[in-house]
Ligand binder design. Structure first.
Ligand SMILES: [Zn+2]
Length: 420
């Protein structure tokens, strides 16, 4: 009897199985595997996984596989955006203050669904989204909607509301009688334990804290939390297996963040050679967000290529050089949202423009981001057993990084989202 039931179920199982296990056989002139470039290679995808990678003579095309090939093309792992805000849109469209205070969560989410789609179609199959900026846990829900297949978008690591020291964050300068929506959650001292736990409970994959912010007497960035406070957050988050990342642009804020055991520093504008060396020593990575500063300077009236470079941009260039010199791990993350979603390559172009080798930029946006974000067992490389997140572009981004803009094909989890 048992055998009979088994036999009668078998054909159904087999057909469902084969439907779900579509095979793709992808070839390209060049395959960047996350580390190095190979020619004459092929990638075999089955279901949502890469099942075989190597020389075409060894990795053969199964008879009924779907063949993907573009002339003069490069295949890469799905790109990983290291610092996004899918719930923000460019500040030259609507200033940050107004987005946070006047746009409803529903409106912001409607926009975010479009941002998610443009990000994925630009070849960015994963994002680390670092704060909803006043939209509560809408990022957690956005991630769920993508994972449930309701909307199209990248896989997401989310930070939720993020933590700021009371009185330090914006919007600012409004009548204190009016309750103004703050762009992140305020907390201090021992209350940081509760808030960290609450954010984790509500779905934060990473805890983001602002180690400094523009709360100086002249609106300049100054450190906020003490080392002890930062340690409280790190210890609490660590207990749940989650990393803490810090927004920080002052040298002192960075120093405190490093001392507290934070894993990545976002922006790091005033970082010096000494600080970057300390970061390297303590295994803390830098996410420089070059494109955000570049965009903001242009929103303030700087005509790039015509006017001389503003002081802030010059300093950022110098600080990035020091970071390169120090050997600190450099992530690829542009703070996209400050500028348009889908234009994520802008950060990579700037990393190259500011002196980083093109091959290193490609590693940053794939295997290095994946490693630092603890997802290298899933994505970031073209490697057997990993998720089938693959991108094909025309020409050769290992020579010219802007070729990453020439996206022909995007696959995430073995599903094709773009096929020119
Ligand atoms: Zn940001």
């Amino acid at each position: 009897m048992k055998n009979l039931i088994f036999l009668s179920l078998l054909p159904i199982c087999v057909s469902v199985y084969s439907q779900n296990e579509k095979q793709y056989y992808l070839t390209a002139d060049r395959i960047f595997d996350g580390e190095v470039v190979h020619s004459g290679w092929a990638v075999l995808v089955q279901g949502d996984k890469i099942i075989s990678v190597g020389a075409k003579e060894k990795v053969l095309a199964p008879a009924n596989s779907i063949k993907i090939n573009y002339s003069n093309s490069t295949l890469l792992p799905g790109l990983i955006e290291g610092h996004s805000h899918l719930l923000l849109h460019p500040y030259n469209e609507t200033p940050w203050d107004e987005q946070v205070m006047k746009e409803s969560d529903a409106y912001r989410v409607a926009r975010a669904t479009v941002h998610a789609r443009s990000t994925l179609l630009a070849g960015f199959t994963t994002v680390r989204d670092l704060g909803s900026e006043g939209a509560g846990y809408a990022d957690v829900e956005l991630k769920k909607a993508i994972n449930d297949g309701i909307i199209v978008g990248p896989r997401m690591l989310v930070a939720g509301r993020a933590i700021v020291a009371t009185g330090s964050y914006g919007p600012k300068g409004y009548d204190t009688d009016i309750k103004v929506m703050i762009g992140a959650e305020e907390a201090d001292g021992s209350d940081l334990i509760r808030v960290t736990r609450d954010q984790i409970g509500k779905g934060a994959d990473v805890v983001k804290v602002y180690a400094d912010y523009r709360w100086g007497k002249n609106n300049e960035p100054m450190p906020t939390f003490s080392i002890e406070e930062l340690k409280t957050i790190v210890e609490t988050a660590k207990s749940s297996g989650r990393p803490v990342v810090a927004h920080s642009s002052t040298a002192e804020g960075m120093r405190r963040a490093v001392a507290a055991g934070i894993e990545t520093i976002e922006h790091g504008d005033q970082g010096t050679l000494e600080i970057f060396q300390l970061m390297k020593e303590k295994n803390v990575a830098l996410c420089p967000t070059l494109a955000a500063g570049d965009a903001v300077a242009q929103y303030k009236g700087w005509k790039k290529g015509v006017d001389p470079e503003p002081e802030k941009i010059k300093k950022k260039r110098e600080s990035f050089k020091a970071a390169l010199q120090s050997g600190v791990t450099i992530l690829a993350g542009g703070d996209v949202g400050v500028f348009a979603h889908g234009d994520n390559v802008r950060e990579l172009e700037m990393m190259a423009e500011y002196g980083m080798a093109t091959s290193d930029v490609l590693k940053s946006v794939t295997s290095i981001n994946a490693h630092v974000f603890h997802i290298d067992n899933q994505v970031g490389s073209v490697k057997e057993g990993l998720k089938a997140d693959l991108v094909i572009v025309s020409d050769d981004p290992t020579k010219s990084i802007s070729d990453l803009r020439k996206v022909k094909f995007v696959m995430k989890d073995g599903v094709v989202y773009k096929k020119d």
